[in-house]
Design a protein around this ligand. Structure first.
Ligand code: PEP
Length: 247
């Protein structure tokens, strides 16, 4: 299966910095690229990056989407608005949104549903905290998080991308070992298989301090179908090295 490497810029960037980063990426990521490459950028920069990825091997992504269709929801942006900018992927349920914006499993499931209805692939994030891992709850937590999304989107669950992102590995420099990550990916794969005949085509990507040095060994695991990259997606050489490892 074609791997997916998605950069999550988080709340970083500026018009000038984005242009410089895209310049550096575009030189190497001209079509065809043997894996899918997406850039999930802050909403104010969607138009800028939409123009800059045109004709390249990269596509545009967003970092969130509203659970509502339209209306009096100040500060939110809808799936239809993302569609207007040619957005192909939308991260939903990132741990930073679960943690700082109190997003629940049920809300994340609705966001995934909104994205799917607009033809945008949700990148559904699941992952345990350090305390949950130490308490032996890793599988239970990620299965609960995925179950909510399966419950609401059962019929089209094979259209999502799933991201396993252990919270303790995000932005910390600590990475799950390839074996640790694969064990969780396998559990998630089995859960998807129980829900859909087409579960084998769902890409389950890993996120959490993936970088140029550790990408190849993570991506070599059977059920690791790509990466969701935070910090390393802001540096062209690092991001390009990860894309290289995924090809
Ligand atoms: C992320 O934000 O999804 C992420 C994985 O961040 P980092 O690569 O910086 O750990």
């Amino acid at each position: 299966m074609k791997k997916l490497v998605a950069g999550n810029w988080k709340m970083n960037g500026s018009l000038a910095a984005n242009a410089a980063l895209l310049d550096a990426l575009r030189v190497h990521l001209t079509k065809p690229v043997a894996c899918d490459v997406a850039l999930c950028v802050p909403a104010p920069y969607l138009a800028q990056v939409q123009a800059l990825v045109q004709g390249s091997g990269m596509v545009l992504g967003a970092q969130d989407v509203s659970a509502y269709e339209s209306g009096a929801y100040t500060g939110e942006f809808s799936a239809a608005m993302l569609q207007d900018f040619g957005v192909r992927y939308a991260i939903v349920g990132h741990s930073e949104r679960r943690q700082f914006h109190q997003e629940t499993d049920a809300l994340v499931a609705i966001k995934a549903q909104r994205a799917l209805a607009a033809g945008i692939t949700p990148i559904v994030c699941v992952g345990e905290t350090l305390a949950e891992r130490e308490a032996g709850l890793t599988f239970e937590v990620v299965k609960r998080q995925l179950a909510a999304v399966v419950h609401l989107n059962g019929h089209c669950i094979s259209e999502i991308v799933l991201a396993y992102e252990p919270v303790w590995a995000i932005g910390t420099g600590k990475t799950a070992s390839p074996q640790e990550a694969q064990a969780v990916h396998l559990v998630l794969r089995q859960q998807l298989q129980a829900a859909s005949e087409r579960a084998d085509r769902v890409r389950i990507v890993y996120g959490g301090s993936m970088n140029a040095a550790n990408a190849a060994s993570l991506l070599a695991e059977h059920d690791i179908d790509g990466g969701l990259i935070g910090g390393a997606s802001l540096k062209a050489p690092d991001f390009l090295a990860i894309v290289q490892a995924a090809q």
